[in-house]
Design a protein around this ligand. Structure first.
Ligand SMILES: [Zn+2]
Length: 610
């Protein structure tokens, strides 16, 4: 931070313009947590901070800084110094600041007094509020919940806040009655304005937040004519409260969203899907609006950004070195079928596009038949199949078979005749990458056989199967290691060994007969095996996770075994994959991803039991 910005943020501000400048400065500063700030200034030591964090798990309503002041670990001046100098919060002289009437209308007096919060001004969908502790997340959350605005907190100059709240509200004539603490904000807070205005403002905020990626989905949920309208949003994979509006706002909100997404406003009994397209010249992606009729003649609305999956490199998928080498070798063959299996949303398309990017050279002709083209690659000829007015996967593949292909990609192989065609292509000099919905290599082979493809043809075509799942990746800024306890290690060991036995490895390495000793050598620190946990910080919206990572199992199929297969009942994994090679099961790969700090046991438990 430069001397200039220190100066600016430390001067009490008493006018809107300098405050906006100070906030702009703060937004460019690196994010620092209050604990880190106090440590850096030497106001607390690790032990005091640890104690306060532990206490905070019991007293969640108290911000960390406040807890430290109450326990007299630091003084209020020290807390303020950390907030200003390390976290960059502007200091506002609440007594002299010309509070704007628009802002006052957003927060009823009782709530302002209970939370000790003075709304200063509204800019776009942001409400700037002076607080005694601008790091108090609970206060900010409640205000955002009630106003449907993004709350930007600033620090009130010591001693100016409480008198200013009384002065301001009395001065504007908003109330003369003494404040009564209310347990919950009333549902009709903010009905000083027409419902349609509140609704359009919430829509502005929804659009801004989904576009910026602050939230991925917004759910508007109606419970009945007289009940408040609840709005929840998904932040970093978790649904959190987003806004609560008076019942009167429901119809205008739903109507406006439908109109913006070009949906039929009169239709309230059928689900509808539409897009809010950005204006010409606006680079933002469109937003998808889905309306779903629910019981009692209500309609729910879900808004989400139509994000296109990013094109990734093969090395960026989370494949282990062994899996990466094996998968790359398989796709570098001039012909053959390489399958990618997994449930919906397991990242199969991302993996296959990474493979195509690896193969995409001027000497190769690459065709794709995709149900939904979400990643576009220059040099790859892509066909959208299945939509109305588009060819089916089968007719697309028939055309491709006549079109001099070197490489063909199919993003969902679920049709008997298409599967037959793909296997024939793969056996006749074309490399085919195909995805199937399923949960194992055996399942995929069995499915292909039940589609009428015999073991002999499969043996000629199939090179291998990549079984894949997706888990959330731990946020590197806030993830925390703690020593694994005996119970955790035992359940990891049991899961690991169960899979080692299932794969029937004839000469188990140390990794397989004594995984604990192996992990201690590979991942131990000071003789201890650590387990990572999600914590939450501003970098990850408080969820503890950022992005996703794949979990894989690569199975190279033994052609001799496949050739002899007559019925699907003869399929079992150890025989299918032939002589044991050094390989990891899906679950073992997941365990390694926990031990190396990429994801958590909770994430892994969602895809396999450990
Ligand atoms: Zn984080």
């Amino acid at each position: 931070m430069s001397d200039h910005s220190l100066q600016t943020s430390a001067q009490p501000i008493a006018a809107p313009e300098p405050l906006e400048q100070a906030l702009a400065l703060q937004s460019r500063m690196p994010l620092v947590r209050i604990g880190e700030a106090l440590l850096a200034l030497g106001f607390v030591d690790e032990r005091q901070l640890g104690d306060a964090l532990a206490r905070q798990t019991q007293e969640r309503h108290l911000p960390l800084g406040e807890l430290l002041v109450m326990s007299q670990a630091i003084s209020r001046q020290q807390l303020e110094q950390a907030l200003v100098h390390k976290m960059g919060f502007p200091v506002v002289d609440a007594g002299r600041f010309p509070v704007e009437a628009d802002a006052i209308r957003e927060v009823p007096v009782a709530q302002a007094q209970r939370l000790c919060a003075l709304p200063l001004m509204v800019r776009g969908h942001r409400l700037i509020v002076a607080l005694e502790d601008p790091s108090a997340r609970m206060v900010i959350d409640e205000l955002e919940h009630c106003t449907a605005l993004k709350v930007v907190p600033v620090l009130a100059l010591t001693g100016t806040l409480r008198p200013a709240i009384v002065q301001t509200y009395v001065g504007t004539g908003t109330t003369t009655t003494p404040a009564q603490p209310t347990a919950q904000p009333a549902a009709d807070d903010g009905l000083d304005q027409p419902a349609s205005v509140i609704a359009s403002r919430l829509i502005e905020r929804i659009i801004a937040d989904t576009r910026s990626g602050a939230v991925t989905h917004v759910h508007v949920e109606s419970d009945g004519t007289d009940l408040p309208l609840t709005v929840r949003a998904r932040r970093g994979g978790v649904l959190v409260p987003y806004a609560r509006l008076p019942a009167a706002c429901r119809d205008p909100l739903v109507e406006q969203l439908k109109a913006m997404a070009q949906l039929d406003r009169g239709e309230r009994t059928q689900p509808q899907v539409g897009l809010i397209e950005p204006a010409d010249g606006d680079e933002h992606p469109p937003l998808q609006v889905t309306t779903i009729p629910t019981v009692g003649g209500q309609e729910d609305v879900v808004v989400r950004r139509r994000t296109r999956p990013r094109l990734r490199a093969l090395t960026d998928l989370g494949l282990t070195a062994l899996n990466l080498a094996a998968y790359t070798a398989a796709i570098e063959h001039a012909s053959g079928l390489v399958l990618c299996v997994g449930p919906e949303a397991s990242g199969r398309t991302t993996t296959m596009h990474a493979a195509l990017a690896h193969l995409n050279t001027p000497e190769r002709k690459i065709w794709t038949a995709e149900q939904s083209v979400e990643i576009i690659q220059r040099g790859v000829r892509q066909m959208q199949v299945r939509g109305s007015g588009e060819p089916s996967a089968l007719s697309a593949l028939r055309a491709i078979a006549q079109a001099d292909a070197d490489v063909v990609m199919v993003d969902e192989l679920d049709d008997r005749r298409a599967a037959r065609l793909v296997v024939d292509l793969a056996a006749s000099g074309v490399l085919v990458l195909a995805a199937m919905t399923g949960s194992s290599a055996c399942g995929a082979v069995s499915r292909l056989m039940s589609m009428g493809i015999d073991g002999d043809s499969l043996a000629d075509a199939l090179r291998g199967v990549l079984d894949q799942r997706m888990v959330r990746r731990l946020c590197p800024h806030c993830m925390r290691w703690s020593p694994a306890d005996g119970g955790q290690l035992e359940s990891l060991r049991v899961a690991w060994c169960a899979d080692s036995r299932a794969t029937g490895s004839p000469a188990p390495a140390q990794r397989d007969h004594d995984p604990l000793a192996h992990w201690l050598i590979e991942y131990g620190r000071n003789g201890v095996i650590g387990i990572p946990a999600a914590v939450g910080c501003p970098h990850c919206d408080g969820t503890g996770y950022r992005g996703h990572i794949g979990v894989h199992e690569w199975t190279e199929v033994d052609r001799q075994v496949l050739k002899r297969l007559q019925t699907t009942t003869q399929i079992d994994l150890p025989r299918l994959q032939g002589p044991a090679t050094e390989r990891l099961s899906l679950c073992q790969d997941a365990i390694e991803k926990v031990l190396t700090g990429m994801t958590t046991v909770a994430e892994v438990n969602a895809i396999c039991n450990i």
